[in-house]
Design a binder for this molecule. Structure first.
Ligand code: UD1
Ligand code: CA
Length: 475
């Protein structure tokens, strides 16, 4: 079954969104609204995809070039209605085979349902087939008017409907399969004699029927698939419904999601079986998580790779590669370019960016690691700072294998700490430390004997000190 053409209508301003951003570029579950529609139609492998753009043309075109480089965009300068938009899309196309028309604001639509619509359309040899659903709250949708024999007579928009028609709960999804030649013949006959003064694509159904065409209404089971997003309330509704769908699919595939209502996983992320996701976590973008990993609670992963059996607790990570059996968190901030090799550990209140941590190495507490490579089996003491920025440029630090960086070290880049070297706690390291050496970069301690008794007489400290003899105080 070859699908000749898909037309996606995405030119509307989306006035009801009250946004400076074109409606179809609003995002749910990691894809734009139009991105979801493109994803669903791509599974049908159509020969041509035409997307009608209008409001925010440049932005929408740039986005489409990114997500659907093979699609052709058609410009609708002024909103003339869905019929007008379809007329423009068809211009210059040879009208053959089947055309699928889809609205760009229905993110819940699945490739499966589109496939079913096309199958029904082909099997019955229909002139047009409309996907419909029974909606508990049909407000705002076009109503499906059927004849006594059940056949589809016309679609009436809410604004143009009388009370009896408004009571119909079967609604138009905005998804249609057409015989391309018949559609091309009828589309020019649309009139704008309706409440909005627009050309409605929906009116083409009655025209085709009057010309002797056969029309099918294909009722799909789950109305949420056809949910159109017209405002922010519906945007949030569709986000929640997609969240539920994604979480349910993952749980059925073997992922443990402890609190599905409070777990937001993008449609674009990949989570393997036997991953456990704890409450309050968000897994977004191109993130991939391998089996046995434990994520959360309250963890955000954006475009990350998480290896098998890694644990990421209460942390925020972006564009980080977290290896097998790595431990991250709690309260860790991993920024782009962080690479944690297997069995390494990054602990509480540590920030890393553009840095590699070797096998079995640890940055357990309160540190900043930026622009660095750290070898294997190395320990970075608490409160170590990789001083990578001189106010103008960033510099690089190299730390070897089995190094012990003392607590509260400042490693002032560019600097290299050799294999097996140490730094003394509290050091400011400005010069390379050779392999096996200890770098000591701090003032030598001196004790001023009797200072408290002389300078702080009468204090509790002085009282405590006075309990000791002068000899004892010298230590
Ligand atoms: C439309 C249908 C309605 C259906 C509903 C399903 C018509 C007249 N009505 O109503 O029967 O129940 O979708 O969601 O078709 N667009 C353009 N150019 C235009 C006008 C619209 O490209 O001139 C695009 C919009 O960007 C949108 C889609 O077409 O993606 C639908 O337009 P919208 O204004 O949302 O139509 P609805 O009122 O939702
Ligand atoms: Ca709509």
């Amino acid at each position: 079954m070859v699908l000749e053409t898909v037309v996606i209508l995405a030119a509307g301003e989306g006035t009801r969104m009250k946004s400076s951003k074109p409606k179809v570029l609003h995002t749910v579950a990691g894809r734009t609204l139009v991105g979801h529609v493109v994803h669903a139609v791509t599974s049908l492998q159509p020969k041509n995809v035409r997307i009608v753009v209008g409001a925010g043309r440049e932005e929408v075109e740039a986005h489409i070039a990114e997500i659907a480089p093979h699609a052709v965009t058609v410009f609708q300068e002024k909103r003339g209605g869905t019929g007008h938009a379809t007329q423009l899309a068809l211009a210059g196309l040879s009208p053959s085979g089947t055309i699928l028309v889809v609205a760009g604001d229905t993110p819940m639509l699945t490739g499966d349902s589109l496939q079913k619509l096309l199958q029904h359309h082909h099997d019955g040899g229909f002139t047009a087939s409309v996907m419909t659903a029974e909606h508990p709250d049909p407000t705002g949708y076009g109503r499906i008017v059927r004849a006594d024999d059940g056949s589809l007579v016309r679609i009436v928009e809410e604004r143009d409907a009388d009370e009896i028609t408004r009571d119909i709960i079967e609604v138009n999804s905005g998804v249609y399969a057409f015989d391309a030649a018949k559609l091309a013949g009828a589309i020019g006959k649309l009139k704008s004699d309706n409440s909005q003064g627009e050309l409605y694509l929906t009116d083409v159904i009655e025209i085709l029927r009057n010309e002797g065409g056969t029309i099918a209404a294909v009722l799909i089971e789950d109305f949420i698939e056809i949910l159109g997003v017209n405002d922010r309330v519906q945007l949030a509704e569709s986000a929640a419904l997609l969240r539920d769908r994604i979480n349910e699919d993952l749980m059925r595939a073997g992922v443990s999601i402890v609190d599905p209502l409070n777990t937001w996983i993008d449609a674009t992320a990949t989570v393997a079986a036997d991953v456990v996701v704890l409450p309050g976590s968000a897994i977004s973008g191109t993130t991939t998580i391998e089996s046995g990993a434990v994520i959360g609670p309250r963890t955000t992963l954006i475009d990350c790779t998480v290896g098998a059996s890694a644990h990421v607790f209460e942390s925020r990570c972006q564009e980080a590669v977290i290896g097998n059996d790595v431990a991250v968190g709690p309260f860790t901030f991993l920024r782009p370019g962080t690479k944690l090799l297997p069995h390494s550990k990054v602990g509480a209140f540590v920030e890393m960016k553009n840095a590699t941590l070797g096998n079995e190495s640890k940055v357990p507490h309160l540190s900043y690691v930026g622009d660095a490579v750290i070898g294997e089996g190395t320990n970075i003491g608490a409160a170590t700072i990789f001083v990578n920025y001189d106010g103008v440029e960033k510099h690089y630090t190299v730390v070897g294998d089995h190094v012990r960086i003392g607590s509260d070290s400042m490693l002032v880049a560019p600097v290299t700490i050799g294999d097996g070297a140490y730094t003394a706690a509290g050091s400011v390291i400005t010069e390379d430390v050779p392999p096996g050496a200890i770098g000591v970069g701090r003032a030598k301690q001196r004790n001023v004997i009797g200072w408290v008794l002389r300078k702080r007489a009468g204090t509790k400290s002085a009282e405590a000190a006075a309990r000791h003899s002068n000899d004892e105080q010298k230590g």
